[in-house]
Design a protein. Structure first.
Length: 215
């Protein structure tokens, strides 16, 4: 079966994943709603990804990555067209980072521990199959993470078991082990790991680390 993936969002995460999935043999489309960005996206992806709008990208593949600014994630889905997300598997990288400065290296979220951003997105597009993924690691380690031989752990969560299996297979292919943290509510625990992950970077400029579950 042809491997296709659509990446909604053209920031650092979108570009990194577009290049990484291309390297792993995927046909990739990357989505931006800003036509002025097309030329720079083409340069950053070496011409190896198709470029379209959020709607074009949502329609391009059965597996999508949502890689937009957390505060704009609901708007991005609405702009793409909620119907286009029906039955799609959506690897949700987004973090609900509030637009306020960090306090002693600790960033703030606009969500609460009783409702994650992914749950909000799942409510907005109930027929989409969201899987929280990639949210608590820096983009440079997302594909084939080189951590001195240690395979890091990606925590995932989502309501659809088949979507989580597809996600796990993709993660295995790109160098991760996966821990399933249950249904969509599991994102309430996964998303705040981003706050923890950022602290060494904010305080000491250290950004090259990932989580691993040990038993
Ligand atoms: N950077 C990392 O290493 C990292 C790691 C883990 C998770 N994340 C999470 O991944 C997501 C993407 O992060 P990023 O650093 O790649 O880039 P970002 O700057 O957070 O997001 C860039 C994308 O967001 C879209 N966007 C911004 N404002 C918008 C609005 N008002 N309406 C619709 N779309 C809007 C942009 O659309 P246009 O293309 O149309 O301008 C662009 O494609 C974020 O939620 C972030 O928290 C980031």
């Amino acid at each position: 079966m042809e491997k296709r993936i659509g990446i909604i969002g053209s920031g650092q995460v979108g570009i990194t994943l577009a290049n990484g999935f291309h390297k792993h043999g995927y046909k990739v489309m990357i989505g931006t709603n800003d036509p002025e960005k097309h030329e720079s996206i083409k340069e950053k992806t070496g011409g190896n990804a198709a470029i379209g709008s959020f709607s074009d990208t949502a329609g391009f593949a059965d597996v999508l990555v949502l890689a937009v600014k957390g505060i704009a994630a609901e708007e991005a889905i609405k702009r793409a067209g909620i119907d286009l997300f029906k039955n799609k598997i959506i690897l949700d990288t987004t973090n609900p980072i509030a637009e306020v400065p960090p306090t002693n290296g600790v960033i703030s979220f606009f969500t609460t521990l009783e409702e994650s951003l992914m749950e909000r997105l799942q409510k907005l597009a109930p027929e989409a199959r969201f899987v929280k993924c990639f949210s608590c690691v820096g983009n440079v380690l997302m594909i084939d993470p080189d951590l001195g031989g240690t395979i890091p752990t990606m925590f995932i969560a989502g309501n659809d078991d088949q979507a989580k299996q597809v996600t796990t297979d993709i993660l295995t292919e790109i160098g991760w082990e996966t821990e399933d943290m249950g249904k969509a509510e599991g994102a309430r625990a996964i998303e705040p790991l981003c706050i923890l992950w950022c602290i060494p970077g904010m305080l000491r400029g250290q950004w090259r680390h990932a989580f691993k579950l040990v038993r």
